[in-house]
Design a protein around this ligand. Structure first.
Ligand code: ADP
Ligand code: MG
Length: 357
């Protein structure tokens, strides 16, 4: 047989393939938009979705906004205000985003509108992107901050659209993402609405327990126990990375009474250096700390923040993946287990175990 010709794909096709890599489902769009709002220093982030996000997603914030003259750049490929070059990446990125591709890729597979007004600007403006086609910047009346609307996700990528699950399943994913950020940022008022009905709204008063109350309800909030652990004898004053830096600097958060448990692991939320991550090592360490105190196939609620030296975890991972790897995984695991164990012991909720070696 004749070898087939090798041809370069046209730009639109490349764009859609790439978009499918980052944007898997409505929840991945919500994740990117909420991260942008948090990066913009918002104190309120309101998320509302229609039909699990498949028909509509809207994220509104009161952050720094995007000046009219920069709206085009915001939706352009590889355009970001967050890093300048590779050296910035090596220094460690403080923002949640940095690739400059979220709005661009979402715009390739939906009808996207970005409407914004920086607080000191007199008027707002908006830009729309339809299936990668960027429209004109137009004046728009809007409150200070940014509103991003994403309609008809995957309308032009039927293969991807087919993968979408039932509305309820897609909304579960959206809920998990928004809950994750709400708990990580108790100082931000985060709300979620589905088909016009409020799912939850945190107060943004800086209190983690109050955020847990808003998200999980009173029974859970009242059964939560404080976790606060740091390695002993740490005199690390200036915060500069040094060779003697401990592999785990601090573990804080809340864990539930062993009797306040559910049949899913979904309520074990873990954060590394402020980033929401799924790390099986962290979950297992948390469960291990409960020893035999959990009923079979029951899992506690936990919101745990682990601080490790910036160089010990890689943030430059695939945008869709939340899984992280640690340079010093055994040390991280043991610190988390000890932290949770100490908290439970303090409350007489587990029996003291033999000191570990
Ligand atoms: P990244 O977050 O990686 O920079 P995005 O495509 O998500 O890339 O966003 C591109 C740029 O648009 C951001 O760098 C930021 O300057 C601007 N931007 C996006 N969303 C917001 C927002 N909610 N508030 C203010 N600026 C925003
Ligand atoms: Mg972003």
């Amino acid at each position: 047989m004749e070898p087939p010709d090798i041809e370069r794909l046209d730009e639109r096709t490349v764009q859609r393939i790439a978009a499918g890599e980052v944007v898997e489902r409505p929840a991945s769009v919500v994740k990117e938009l909420v991260e942008n709002s948090l990066d913009a220093g918002a104190s309120r982030v309101a998320v509302s979705v229609e039909s699990g996000g498949t028909e509509g997603i809207r994220v509104r914030d009161d952050g720094v906004g995007i000046p009219e003259g920069q709206l085009e750049a915001a939706v352009a490929e590889h355009a970001t205000s967050k890093i300048g070059d590779i050296e910035d990446l090596d220094r460690g990125v403080a923002t949640l985003g940095f690739r400059g591709e979220a709005l661009y890729t979402v715009g390739a597979v939906s009808r996207l509108t970005v409407r914004s007004r920086p607080p000191d600007a007199e008027a707002g403006a908006e830009i729309t992107v339809e299936g990668g086609e960027v429209g004109e910047v137009r004046p728009a009346g809007c409150p200070a901050g940014t509103t991003v609307e994403v309609d008809d996700l995957f309308y032009n990528t039927p293969a991807r659209e087919k993968f979408l699950k039932r509305t309820a399943t897609e909304f579960d994913h959206v809920n998990t993402v928004v809950t994750g950020y709400a708990l990580a940022n108790p100082d931000v008022a985060v709300s979620l609405e589905h088909d016009g009905r409020e799912t939850f709204a945190t107060e943004g008063n800086g209190d983690l327990r109050s955020a847990v109350l808003a998200v999980y309800g009173r029974e859970v909030a009242e059964s939560m126990i404080d976790v606060d652990w740091a390695p002993e004898g740490e005199g690390n004053t200036d915060g500069a990375a040094d060779a003697d830096e401990p592999p785990v600097k601090r573990v804080t958060g809340l864990v539930s009474h062993p009797e306040t448990a559910r049949s899913t692991r979904d309520y074990l939320s873990t954060y590394v250096n402020g980033r929401y991550v799924t790390a099986s090592a962290l979950r297992e360490a948390t469960l291990d700390a409960y020893g035999g105190q959990l009923a079979p196939d029951r899992y506690p609620f936990a919101v745990l923040f682990v601080e490790v030296p910036a160089g010990d975890v890689d943030v430059n991972v695939h945008p869709r993946k939340l899984e992280v790897r640690f340079d010093e995984e055994p040390a991280v695991r043991s610190a988390v287990e000890t932290a949770v164990e100490e908290a439970l012991l303090d409350h007489g909720l587990i029996r003291s175990t033999a000191p570990r070696g």
